[in-house]
Design a protein around this ligand. Structure first.
Ligand code: ADP
Ligand code: MG
Ligand code: MG
Length: 243
């Protein structure tokens, strides 16, 4: 079954056409990787699927789980099972991580505070996180690696139908990278469809993607298996122009 279908998608922001004609199908439970040089439109694609108001769809559509979500507000997409990890998460002084996660689980899964607490605590143990993270204020003073870990914990708790990760591997150390990869693998094994955007192939050493897409100047210029990653690693993005 198709989980995400992006059809002839053209997107602009502030009068600049960014995505030209994107076509992409992610089946139920598949892990797809999107790679591309800086400025090729990777984040725009992620944010458009999530419904960010800055990005205007000028042609084409986004089908999620048989429904056209092209014009749905972001919170409605979240409610239907789309989860986007943000490159720049917000800091909230006064809200503790545990309270934030309890709220997320209450809203999306109808869990009460105690049920949510138990699930959160178990997940922290399972993922090998330090439980002191739960009593800190949301993202305040968090290192890049800690922010990413928190996002992955959140994704793991939510267990979305579709997880979109925008460069979760940027600027993190080896241990954080392994934790991030392990959450991706656990969710993938549990049936979540995943769209993973990355600039480097490093994280892919820990993953088994079903398909790899290369995006350049707002277009997908190549789709294939992990062999594409090898070509990019060895010869750069220029080498996949005509694949
Ligand atoms: P990537 O994530 O692949 O590095 P982006 O999707 O962030 O690329 O950006 C693609 C292009 O679109 C870049 O040239 C960028 O400057 C431009 N762009 C992205 N967001 C906006 C925006 N909100 N307004 C105007 N231009 C944008
Ligand atoms: Mg980006
Ligand atoms: Mg069209």
């Amino acid at each position: 079954m198709v989980m995400l279908k992006v059809e002839n998608l053209k997107v602009k922001a502030e009068d600049k056409e960014i995505l030209k004609d994107i076509n992409l199908i992610v089946d139920d439970g598949e892990l797809h990787v999107v790679m591309g040089p800086n400025g090729s439109g990777k984040s725009t694609l992620a944010l458009t699927i999530a419904g960010h108001p800055k990005y205007q769809v000028i042609d084409g559509r986004i089908i999620f789980d048989v429904e056209d979500i092209t014009n749905l507000p972001p919170e409605e997409r979240v409610r239907r099972g789309v989860f986007l990890s943000f490159q720049h998460p917000v800091e909230v002084e006064g809200v503790k991580v545990i309270q934030f996660l309890q709220r997320v689980l209450k809203n999306l899964k109808n869990l009460d505070e105690i049920q949510a607490y138990e699930i959160i605590f178990a997940a922290v143990q399972e993922l090998g996180l330090d439980d002191s993270i739960l009593t800190r204020f949301l993202n305040v003073g968090f290192s890049g690696g800690e922010r990413k870990k928190l996002e992955m914990l959140q994704a793991y708790l939510v267990k979305p139908k579709l997880l979109i990760l925008d460069e979760p591997d940027s600027g993190v150390d080896v241990d954080s990278l392994k934790m991030i990869a392990s959450v991706i693998n656990k969710l993938h094994e549990g049936g979540t469809s995943i769209l993973l955007i990355t600039h480097y192939g490093r994280i892919l050493e820990h993953l088994k993607p079903n398909r790899v897409h290369v995006i350049k100047e707002g277009k997908i210029v190549a789709s294939g298996g992990v062999e594409l990653v090898k070509i990019i690693e060895e010869k750069g993005f220029a080498a996949v122009e005509a694949v």
